[in-house]
Unconditional design. Sequence first.
Length: 194
Amino acid sequence: MSRDADLSGPPREGPSLYGVSVEYGLHTVLWLMADHPRRPSSRDLAEMQGIPAAMVAKIMPKLEKAGIVSSTDGISGGYALARPAAEVTVLDVVDAIEGDRKLFDCKEVRRGCVLFGGSPPAWSVSGVCRIHAVMLRAERQMREELGRTTLADLMRGGRPPEFEALVADWFHARTAARETARITAVRKGRRSPR
């Protein structure tokens, strides 16, 4: 089966292992790969995607702490990738946002069979629980795939060049608007009160 396995079919319903923060975080770092005249702010990155600015503002410090993005402060500040996209894996981003979350938390239920009378025999508890072992293998495979896929991989075949030009224009306009706001604020600050 190819790395881009057939994912057609109805989406699964119910809670997911990773929350919406991971999705927002991954999409946000992909936008950092676009052409920017200056570093985009978390607000610009949120607005570009139509997602809550407050969520992006919570995610970005986690990514910065993990060394995935870097930031500059101030009205002309913002974010950039701290490393080349080919060196940042999906797993890096997932772990930065969610931590090293386990797929399964084995509670050793096998010890509690009423027939054991509170003293499970050695055969029933020796080694790793078979159910836990399956979950550990599944988790290892998932983490290997996430660790094998880089941000550069995610961008391949994604947004067409003509769309990238629109993205660059949008970020250029946002930068110009922020610079105009900064200059206006500085000029207002220099005026003597009347």
